[in-house]
Design a protein around this ligand. Structure first.
Ligand SMILES: Nc1ncnc2c1ncn2[C@@H]1O[C@H](COP(=O)(O)OP(=O)(O)OP(=O)(O)O)[C@@H](O)[C@H]1O
Ligand SMILES: [Mg+2]
Length: 201
C-alpha cells in the first residue's frame, strides 16, 4: 500500500490530475472515490473520462446508479477501456452492489465508484482509493444574493445567468489523497500526477 497526497487549487487542476492518472489505467482497474458532498468526485471523474477518451456527459448520477461511458473510436484514446461511473450513495451493502452486476463490465472498463468505501472493495484484488478533502479554511462562502442589477436585467430580457453562475470563481483548494492498494499498484510512482505534498510508501 502506498499513500500520495496532492494539492489542487482549481476544479480544472483536479481534472488535469485525473487526466494524468488516466494514462496509468487499464481495463479492470477499480477506483473508489470518497469525500463530502461537493468535494469534487464527479469533477475528478470528468477529467478522467476526458483523457480516457470516453463518451462525454459525466454527471453526478444521483438517481442513476451506474452509467457506462463507452470508449470513443475517434476520441483521445481509441481502443482503450470504457468508463463505468457508479454512485453508491444510496446503496447500503456490498450485496446491493452485487445486484448491479459490476463484474460484467469490470474486465473491459475502468470502474469508478463515488461513495464506494466499504461497498465495492470486494470487486477487485487491487484498487485506488481517492479521497477529496476541502482544505481547512477553504469552506465555500455563502452564495451571494442576486443583485438588484441582476434582477433588473431579467426584466429587460438580458441574460443575467452569469451573475448566478458561481462556477467560474468557485475554485477552492482541495487535498487529494490517493491510497494505492494491492499488487497491481506495487512500485507505481504517482508523483507524476501533480503537486505532491506528502507520500508514504
Ligand atoms: N480544487 C477543486 N477540485 C474539484 N472541484 C472543485 C475545486 N474547486 C472548486 N470545485 C468545485 O466543487 C464542485 C464539486 O462538485 P462535484 O459534483 O464534483 O462533487 P461530488 O464530490 O461529486 O459531490 P456529490 O457527493 O454530490 O456527488 C464543482 O462545482 C467544482 O467546480
Ligand atoms: Mg458526484
Amino acid at each position: 500500500m502506498s499513500v500520495w497526497e496532492f494539492a489542487t487549487g482549481t476544479a480544472e487542476q483536479t481534472q488535469q490530475l485525473a487526466g494524468k492518472l488516466a494514462a496509468l489505467l487499464r481495463a479492470g482497474d477499480l477506483i473508489i472515490l470518497s469525500g463530502e458532498l461537493g468535494a469534487g468526485k464527479t469533477t475528478f471523474t470528468q477529467g478522467l473520462g476526458r483523457s480516457l477518451g470516453v463518451r462525454e456527459g459525466i454527471i453526478s448520477p444521483t438517481f442513476v446508479l451506474v452509467r457506462i461511458h463507452p470508449n470513443m473510436p475517434d476520441g483521445l484514446n481509441p481502443g482503450g477501456p470504457d468508463l463505468v461511473h457508479v454512485d453508491a450513495y444510496r446503496l447500503g451493502t456490498p450485496g446491493e452492489i452485487d445486484d448491479i452486476d459490476l463484474e460484467n463490465t469490470m474486465d473491459s472498463s475502468v470502474t469508478v465508484v463515488e461513495w464506494g468505501v466499504d461497498r465495492v472493495e470486494h470487486l477487485a484484488a487491487s484498487r485506488l482509493e481517492i479521497e477529496l478533502v476541502r482544505a481547512v479554511g477553504g469552506a465555500r462562502p455563502a452564495p451571494s444574493a442576486p443583485t438588484a442589477s441582476g434582477i433588473a436585467s431579467t426584466l429587460d430580457g438580458t441574460d443575467f445567468s452569469a451573475s448566478f453562475d458561481a462556477d467560474e470563481d468557485d475554485d477552492e483548494p482541495r487535498t487529494l489523497r490517493l491510497v494505492a492498494v494491492g499488487p497491481r499498484w506495487e512500485g507505481t510512482d504517482f508523483s507524476v500526477l501533480g503537486q505532491l505534498v506528502n507520500t508514504t510508501e
